[in-house]
Design a protein around this ligand. Structure first.
Ligand SMILES: Nc1ncnc2c1ncn2[C@@H]1O[C@H](COP(=O)(O)OP(=O)(O)OP(=O)(O)O)[C@@H](O)[C@H]1O
Ligand SMILES: [Mg+2]
Length: 263
């Protein structure tokens, strides 16, 4: 099961990614989570303590690793670097182990020249993603940006589905529509929409009606849940803070649906 989670800013991508990863891991899966969002806050939703999290070096900033694997140090202009760096051990060596044996890899962003640049850091990131998505058996949950920047043609083959998170708001649905077009353009055909922060029946109906009209299948709805908001303020994982809260139960139901598709 290789899933990429996307959606407009603040809709709940990281919350869904972290909770889903923990639930899958509790169910016996080996889970690799990938933080591909520059905001990098998946660690706290996963339940990795702040001190450990503060020491994680994103792959894109680990110049020694990039140089060791690609043969060139970022910023050294004109140097030749490998497009097929060895990456098979990076998840184990540089991924941080979290609760329930979830593993977190923080990709980081490539600052110079935009995300499309072909530079040593990008070469390593791409090879790593391709390896994790295509060669490894682990369940993979990627926390992305709305732009799907990291999903190039080489990596997208390994993604089973994009989970597109929407709030019952027009802007959020427009972003979901754009994401689904982008996803199809790069060759992902399975796009599942998930409603989040839904406060009442009216909001739920609004989501189902609007999404149906634009042919975006919705596979579940997560209610607005004070316990999630509170866990965020306390910087603890929602699943440790309130394992039986309505939002966690809703995410568990979504997990069951996904497992029917992908196991
Ligand atoms: N179902 C929910 N009920 C209440 N609060 C929620 C719910 N889902 C997410 N939140 C809260 O909404 C905020 C944004 O959530 P989150 O960080 O998961 O969104 P995101 O899409 O990853 O945001 P960003 O685009 O900034 O990365 C957080 O404070 C989170 O605790
Ligand atoms: Mg996020």
């Amino acid at each position: 099961m290789k899933l990429a989670i996307a959606g407009k800013g603040g809709v709940g991508k990281t919350t869904l990614a972290g909770v889903l990863a923990r639930l899958l891991a509790k169910g016996g899966y080996k889970v690799i989570t990938i933080d591909a969002d520059p905001a990098m806050n998946l660690s706290s939703v996963l339940g990795i303590d702040q001190e450990t999290a503060s020491k994680i070096i994103p792959i894109s900033e680990n110049y020694d690793l990039i140089e060791e694997r690609t043969g060139a140090r970022p910023g050294s202009s004109g140097s030749v670097f490998s497009l097929t760096p060895s990456v098979h051990d990076i998840a184990e060596k540089y991924g941080v182990l979290g609760p329930d044996n979830t593993r977190l890899i923080i990709m980081g962003t490539v600052k110079s020249g935009g995300s499309g640049c072909m530079c040593p850091a990008n070469s390593l990131l791409r090879a790593l993603l391709r390896h994790i998505l295509i060669n490894r058996k682990d369940a993979v949950i990627m926390d992305m940006e709305a732009g799907l920047e990291h999903l190039g043609r080489g990596t997208v083959k390994g993604v089973d589905a994009i989970l597109s998170v929407v709030e019952p708001r027009v802007q959020s649905i427009e972003t979901a529509n754009r994401i689904s077009k982008l996803a199809r353009d790069i060759g992902v055909n399975s796009i599942f929409t998930i409603g989040n922060k839904v406060k009442n029946e009216e909001e739920k109906n609004f989501l189902y009606d609007t999404l149906n009209k634009i042919n975006l299948p919705i596979i579940g709805v997560i209610p607005y849940d004070e316990a999630i908001a509170k866990s965020d303020m306390l910087r603890v994982s929602p699943i440790d803070f309130a394992p039986n809260s309505p939002a966690i139960k809703a995410i568990d139901a979504i997990k069951e649906i996904l497992m029917k598709y992908y196991t």
